[in-house]
Design a binder for this molecule. Sequence first.
Ligand code: HEM
Length: 421
Amino acid sequence: MSDIPHATTLDDSLALLREGYTYIARRCDRLGADLFATRLMLKPVICMRGAEAARIFYDGDRFTRQGAMPQTTLWLLQDAGSVQQLDGAAHRQRKQMFMGMMTPEALAAMEALLARRWREAVARWEAREEVVLLEASAEVLTRAACDWCGVPLPEDEAPELARELAAMVENAGGVGPGVLLALGLRQRTEARLRRLVERVRAGEAQAPAGSPLAVIVAHREPDGSLLDSTVAAVELINLLRPLLAVNRYITFAALALHEHPDWRDRFAAGDEADLEPFVQELRRFYPFFPLIGGRARENFEWSGHAFAEGDWVLLDLYGTNHDARLWPEPEQFRPERFRNWAGDPHTLIPQGAGDFLGGHRCPGEWITIAILKQAVRLLCREMRFEVPPQDLSVSLARMPAAPASGFVMSRVRGKAARAAA
Ligand code: HEM
């Protein structure tokens, strides 16, 4: 690794924890390079950022996700046996299963389910003095996600499942006492979904026709076998958990609308011309996944560096979304920048880069955008609320990030209540 700059310290784990989302970009700026070598958790690693780095990392079959993340992060997020841990033809076949779920009709169905669950929740929020949007939207999304997936969820179990799924996201950073608790909760969720898969296969429970549950239960591996029931449960969680995780973007949407009331007024008036640019800017601007890890599957050269099979590499997602060469004035929230955006797959990369089927780009990107558009409509057009004094700061050292207060709303009133008043 002597051909590329090295970060100066012996091990940078503490610096990564301290600097969070800005860790890689700061060093790239300081070293004047898009890649550098360092050590994390005492292991050698190459960090890189930028559109060209994203292309190298995502296009082709150069990297595997196996052995590329701390174990606890893997267990809490994608887990063993999941699509993300597969490579080559096996990955493509499983990924096709996910992409097949993301039809325009299915996205529209999710928008409708979200609106229904949101309206029900607003009626409950009206009775409360204050509502923390980060938590409240997690529960709404859990209900909508289960509806969408075809997973039965008794009314009173939604808060508990929301807590279980949220704990997986909250603790994915892999440090702190919450990790063990989150792992325990995850085992419970996994066991519940495994039983559901087994009952559907035994004809004791119904999976709605065409639902993701029905698709996963019937999906076949390249060798023709059904998915093992544990793997099927893991892939169901790989729908439910990230669908809930969109609560962070919804909370950031509320923050952006609060801080840029001109946008809120436009959406409230029904002007949706810039709704998609607004949502894209949300995904670019606000922190979510800081980085993604991979291990080289082959020897290759890039940017004057010889990568060897087995090398551990981290790609900076947040830093690429804030790279001033790609996004002028990156620290300004400016949806206008997406008005005529050509859709380059390697520059806006909060959910990965490159191609969906050929690589590990997030299959949930379109549904995330659909949910966010609908959430902006619901926040602006279906309810009124006040934003009491609170700490809305977003620490870039905390991964995953969120406004410190979780975005507290008071005096929530829904459209129906407003019309009757
Ligand atoms: C909440 C917003 C989301 C963010 C920030 C996000 C982020 C990401 C990222 C960065 C990756 C790429 C991982 C890699 O390169 O290895 C990824 C992959 C994945 N995401 Fe998402 N995601 C989100 C929502 C979703 C949703 C809504 C779903 C499902 C409905 C989903 C399901 C998946 C799956 C299954 C993969 C693995 C894909 C593969 O390995 O081929 N994600 N996500």
